[in-house]
Write a protein that binds this ligand. Structure first.
Ligand code: NAD
Ligand code: UFG
Length: 338
């Protein structure tokens, strides 16, 4: 079986390609490399001893997609390609709608015309908005997104559900990720963000390697046990393995489904700092600052539906997430380099 992975050179994509190869699938990757480098895939080949077919292409380029489907037998698609910065999406909403939504519609048209109607999509816990109370379940209402990035995820979910409702040959699996962190335990692949990171763990890693002086904890007056924000951090390898289960599902049946991919456990920013300090064996410099606009107190999943229906659950704990992130960062202080 051959899986087309859009955005497969990126953080979650590269870890998923690795697990696809380990599970015996062939992987064809398309990526425009706007936020990644092919080095990630070279290292996946090195770790697995298997090869990945890489095609530099943009999901908005219909002719390029038609070529990919004409020249490769594709059984299903895992669709990661997209822009993902919350603050950038507020500055450039049209670019986000065009890339993420326009790109997805273009991809689905090319899939339909090629007769490949099976797709697993990277959605996000952000679609639950701030009003639902954690643990978040898939049947809770969505719709109150607070930024254009989140809105692209919400609209794409709807577009894919409408597509599956209109044509019974389609098989759509929407995966709502919570907060992916960690790296493959080889220390060879991991997250390599450009510029100053927005997210907690990549920011902490810049402090660990001395590229940033200290972490600013955004607020200590949230309605949580220690006053700092609580999130459901999930090891990227567990997340990748969830995609293998989702691929099996779309290959085996039609219709549409939604699954949370999280651990079901909420950790605060101070819990994360303590776990990183344990992994590096020294204190992490940090200070408290004001809240970041739009941040909510608590967000964690009810992951039981994925366990029940996909036979998947996260196995790697916070200690492992931090150890693996630190190994990747210390082995690769400049990420994948220039
Ligand atoms: P990433 O930026 O590392 O990977 C995305 C990849 O898509 C990159 O390699 C980028 O070059 C590529 N890409 C972007 N636009 C493209 C286009 N038009 N054509 C072809 N390639 C394109 O991000 P990631 O963290 O691996 O996230 C993967 C997916 O998961 C994204 O859709 C993201 O929104 C979603 N997601 C991520 C998180 C998270 O916290 N990392 C949480 C929820 C959902
Ligand atoms: N935080 C800090 N300092 C930082 C960065 C983050 O204290 O420098 C705190 C935040 O206030 C929050 C927690 O760390 O309490 C996690 O923040 P992240 O930015 O890492 O993650 P978010 O939960 O805010 O958002 C992430 C993704 C979004 C996605 C959302 C839900 O960035 O794209 O999870 O899936 F929509």
């Amino acid at each position: 079986m051959s899986i087309l992975v859009t955005g497969g050179a990126g953080y979650i994509g590269s870890h998923t390609v690795l697990e696809l190869l380990n599970a015996g699938y062939d992987a064809v990757v398309i990526d425009n490399l706007c936020n990644s480098k092919t080095e990630s895939l070279k290292r996946v080949e090195e770790i697995t001893g298997k090869s990945v077919k890489f095609i530099k292409a943009d999901i908005r380029d219909r002719a390029a997609l038609d070529d990919v489907f004409a020249n490769n037998k594709i059984d299903a698609v895992i669709h990661f390609a997209g822009l993902k910065s919350v603050p950038e999406s507020a500055e450039k909403p049209l670019e986000y709608y065009e890339n993420n939504i326009g790109g997805t519609v273009n991809l689905c048209l090319a899939m339909r015309d090629a007769g490949c109607k099976k797709i697993v999509f990277s959605s996000s816990a952000t679609v639950y908005g701030g009003d639902n109370v954690s643990p978040l379940r898939e049947d809770m209402p969505t719709g109150k997104t607070t930024n254009p990035y989140g809105t692209t995820k919400l609209y794409i979910e709807k577009i894919l559900q409408d597509t599956a409702a209109a044509d019974k040959d389609w098989s759509v699996c929407l995966l709502r990720y919570f907060n992916p962190i960690g790296a493959h335990e080889s220390g060879r692949i991991g997250e390599d963000p450009r510029g100053i990171p927005n997210n907690l763990m990549p920011y902490i890693m810049r402090v660990v390697v001395g590229k940033l002086p200290e972490l600013v904890v955004y607020g200590n007056d949230f309605d949580t046990p220690d006053g700092t924000g609580v999130r459901d951090y999930i090891h990227v390898v567990d997340l990748a393995l969830g995609h293998i289960k989702a691929v099996e599902k779309v290959l085996g049946e039609t219709g549409s489904s939604i699954y949370n991919l999280g651990t079901g456990i909420g950790y605060s920013v101070l819990d994360i700092i303590a776990a990183v300090e344990k992994a590096i064996g020294r204190p992490l410099p940090y200070k408290f600052g004001p809240r970041r606009a739009g941040d909510i107190d608590t967000c964690f999943s009810d992951p039981s539906k994925a366990k029940r229906e996909l036979g998947w659950e996260a196995k790697r704990n916070l200690e492992k997430m931090c150890e693996d992130t630190v190994r990747w960062q210390l082995n690769n202080p400049d990420g994948y380099g220039d």
